[in-house]
Design a protein around this ligand. Structure first.
Ligand code: PMP
Length: 287
């Protein structure tokens, strides 16, 4: 597996950073995860736009322009000997120089950010897994109020996701003040009486690239949909629940806190949207 680190392409196992890197010491950085199908990055411009937003939010200058990012990413994709990839991009606030305090909350002065990328084989759900669906648990969303930043400091998300793992489930669905926010590592959609619903983008959630694609596909195919706040009662009365992310794509949640969602099997709209999503991917790969 090849990686990219600060201007150099090298085997992943050989990539090294300082222990004083702000990413390691403080979790002071942001990231992206781009799915790559048949060596073609999916929605790269959108991922790079979200990365720019995250960098702006943490007041870190983007070390590369879009064309430069694109070139580096395409080179890294090309270096891998597998076609479907999950490409990880991380930018941290770098390592303080000698002469600067090695560990100070204040931004270091004049140091370049650390840029790290690597790709691993992309593992998406099989049709068999999609036909079964997954279970989820709920938890209070106890994260900070800047969840729109794709920050590498994921401790809250990790602890929340582990609650699902401990219950042999795939995801933790979060509620803040009685309203649905998102999953620990995904966005959540609700279907009721044939209407697809999604919480509105805000500082309380990360707007997924997959979330946007799903809503675009709903518009393009005349699927009734509403982007609005969703209460806990609506979540629990859903006919269908989906989790969406770049790696999970569109996955039906068939059990929530051990209670069946709707009929307790993946619903018709989930199956339709998954079909539309797969077709859209194929179309993008051909262009
Ligand atoms: N919310 C959170 C907290 C996530 O970690 C992710 C996955 N990165 C998502 C939403 C979904 O984003 P995307 O569709 O871009 O993968």
């Amino acid at each position: 597996m090849s990686a990219y680190l600060n201007g150099e392409f090298l085997p992943l196992a050989e990539a090294r950073i300082s222990v004083l890197d702000r990413g390691f010491v403080f979790g002071d950085g942001v990231y992206e995860l781009v799915p790559v199908y048949s060596k073609k990055p999916f929605r790269l411009d959108e991922h790079l736009r979200r990365l720019q937003g995250s960098l702006d939010n943490i007041r870190l200058a983007n070390p590369h322009g879009v064309a430069e990012w694109r070139e580096l990413i395409l080179r890294l994709i090309d270096l891998q000997d597998f076609a479907d990839q999950s490409l990880y991009i991380q930018v941290t606030r770098g390592t303080p120089d000698e002469g600067q305090s090695p560990r100070d909350h204040a931004f270091p002065k004049g140091v370049p950010p650390t840029v790290f990328m690597f790709a691993q084989p992309l593992v998406t759900a099989t049709p068999e897994q999609k036909a079964v669906g997954v279970c989820a648990v709920t938890a209070a969303d106890n994260r900070w109020l800047r969840c729109n930043i794709k920050a590498i400091s994921l401790l809250a998300n990790i602890l929340l996701r582990q609650q699902a793992v401990d219950a042999d489930c795939a995801e933790t669905v979060m509620l803040r003040d009685g309203f649905l926010t998102e999953g620990a590592a995904s966005n959540i959609f609700v279907v009721k009486d044939g209407v697809l619903m999604a919480p509105p983008p805000s500082n309380l959630m990360l707007t997924g690239i997959t979330y946007d694609v799903v809503l675009e596909l709903a518009s393009a195919h005349g699927i009734p949909h509403e982007v609005r706040v969703i209460s806990e009662a609506e979540l629990r009365a859903a006919d269908e629940l989906w989790m969406t992310s770049s790696t999970k794509e569109v996955m039906a949640i068939v059990k929530l806190d051990a209670a069946p969602v709707g009929a307790g099997v993946p619903g018709p709209l989930a199956q339709r949207m998954d079909g539309l999503y797969q077709a859209f991917k194929q179309q993008v790969m051909r262009t």
